[in-house]
Write a protein that binds this ligand. Structure first.
Ligand code: ZN
Length: 367
C-alpha cells in the first residue's frame, strides 16, 4: 500500500466468512456498511476520527457462492465515520520471477553462467541491465569511477545515486528489478589493477568490455586472449556516428584486438578506433558529450545480446548463431567513409568477419 496508494498506511484485520459475503453483496450494490455495522464484524476496528483509513480484511476460508466460485480471501475497505466502503482487491501472488519465461527462453542454462562486465558507464550500465534481463545468473562488474551529475543524462542510474561508485549504483539498480541476478562490483582500474582482473576473467563464461580508450581495450583483449575467454567489445566511434561490436572468440586462429586493427589497415579499410581517445574524459576531467545516451544504451543491449548468443551457441542453441563476429551499427552515419563504416543509412548493421592472428603478434603467440 505504501508504494501503490496515495494513503500512506492501512491496517489489516482477520475476520469471519460473513464479512466476505457482506463485501461481495455491497460491492455489487455499490453500498457501504455503517461504521457501527463494520465494527460489529471487526470489533478491533480503529476509530477513524475525522479522517479515514484503508483496512484490508482477510478471511481464512471464504464461502463458495456458486459451484467452483469461491469469494476472495481479501477485501479492501475505505473506513470513515460515514461508513466502510468495500472495494475489490487484487492480490499479487507471483513475485514476477524471470523463470516464468521458460520454456521460451533458456533461463535455467543462463542462470548457471557468469559474465564479467568491464566498464559501468553509459554503455556498460545498459549492458548490465540487459544481461540481467536475459537471465545471466552471475554478473561481475568492474569500474573504478564514481557516478557524477554530468553522467546522469546518459547513464541508466538516476541522480539519487550521484556520488556512489558506479559499480555499487548499478548493483543496487539491478537488485531492485532482477533479484535473480547475483551482482558483484569491483572498484578496480582495468590497466592499473590488471592482475586483479585475471581471476575474474578466469571465472567468466564471456567478458564484455565497454570501457573507452584504446589502451584499456588492448589490455583487456590481451588478458582474454591469454585466458582463452571470448571477449565482446562495445563502443561508439567518431563522436557517436557509429556503434561497434567486436566479438573475439578464443580460437587460436582468431586475432586479438591489435590484430583486428592491423587487418583493417592492411586491407585498406578504415579504423576509427583512435577517435575513442578523443572527446572522452578520464577521472575528474569532463569533456563535452558526443553520443546521445539512448544510442549508447542500444550498443550496450547489443553487446549483451552478443555475449548471451555466444554462450547459448556454445551450449548448442542453433537459433543464437550470429551473422558474423563483428558489426558496425550506423547511428548518425557520415557520407564518404570507407568500409566497414560506409553505411549511409541510420540503423544499418554491417557485419564482417574477424581477422586472423598475425604470426608476429605477441598477444596471439601461444604461451
Ligand atoms: Zn594478436
Amino acid at each position: 500500500m505504501t508504494s501503490a496508494d496515495t494513503h500512506p498506511s492501512g491496517v489489516w484485520y482477520r475476520t469471519t466468512a460473513e464479512l466476505a459475503v457482506q463485501a461481495y453483496l455491497l460491492i455489487r450494490q455499490q453500498q457501504a456498511l455503517t461504521f457501527e455495522a463494520f465494527k460489529a464484524y471487526v470489533p478491533e476496528a480503529r476509530d477513524p476520527g475525522a479522517g479515514r483509513y484503508i483496512a484490508i480484511t482477510f478471511t481464512e476460508a471464504p464461502p463458495e457462492i456458486a459451484p467452483g466460485r469461491v469469494l476472495p480471501q481479501f477485501t479492501a475497505w475505505m473506513v470513515s465515520r460515514d461508513g466502510a466502503q468495500p472495494e475489490n482487491c487484487d492480490v499479487e501472488t507471483d513475485r514476477g520471477q524471470l523463470s516464468a519465461l521458460a520454456p521460451h527462453w533458456p533461463i535455467q542454462e543462463l542462470k548457471g553462467q557468469r559474465v564479467l562486465l568491464i566498464g559501468a558507464g553509459s554503455i556498460g550500465g545498459a549492458a548490465a541491465t540487459a544481461l540481467s534481463g536475459y537471465g545471466v545468473g552471475t554478473l561481475d562488474i568492474v569500474d573504478p569511477d564514481r557516478l557524477r551529475y554530468h553522467n546522469i543524462p546518459r547513464h541508466i542510474c538516476s541522480s539519487n545515486a550521484v556520488g556512489r561508485y558506479k559499480v555499487d549504483a548499478l548493483a543496487k539498480h539491478i537488485g531492485l528489478k532482477w533479484a535473480e541476478t547475483d551482482v558483484s562490483g569491483f572498484r578496480i582500474d582495468a590497466i592499473a589493477d590488471a592482475d586483479l582482473l585475471r581471476p575474474l576473467i578466469d571465472m567468466a563464461s564471456v567478458v564484455v568490455c565497454t570501457v573507452d580508450g584504446v589502451e584499456p581495450r588492448r589490455v583487456i583483449s590481451y588478458l582474454c586472449k591469454r585466458a582463452g575467454r571470448p571477449l565482446v567489445l562495445a563502443c561508439v566511434l567518431a563522436d557517436g556516428r557509429y556503434g561497434e561490436i567486436l566479438r573475439l572468440r578464443p580460437f587460436p586462429e582468431v586475432g586479438c584486438l591489435e590484430c583486428q586493427r592491423r587487418a583493417l589497415d592492411a586491407s585498406g579499410q578504415m579504423d576509427l578506433e583512435p577517435t575513442l581517445d578523443r572527446g572522452y574524459g578520464e577521472g575528474t576531467r569532463h569533456n563535452p558529450m558526443t553520443a546521445v545516451g539512448t544510442d549508447l544504451h542500444l550498443m550496450g543491449s547489443l553487446a549483451a545480446k552478443t555475449a548471451v548468443a555466444t554462450i547459448l551457441n556454445e551450449l548448442g542453441h542453433m537459433d543464437q548463431i550470429l551473422e558474423d563476429d563483428n558489426a558496425v551499427v550506423a547511428l548518425r552515419p557520415e557520407a564518404g567513409l570507407a568500409e566497414p563504416f560506409d553505411s549511409a543509412r541510420a540503423m544499418s548493421i554491417r557485419w564482417y568477419p574477424s581477422a586472423a592472428s598475425y604470426p608476429d603478434c605477441l598477444a596471439c603467440r601461444p604461451a
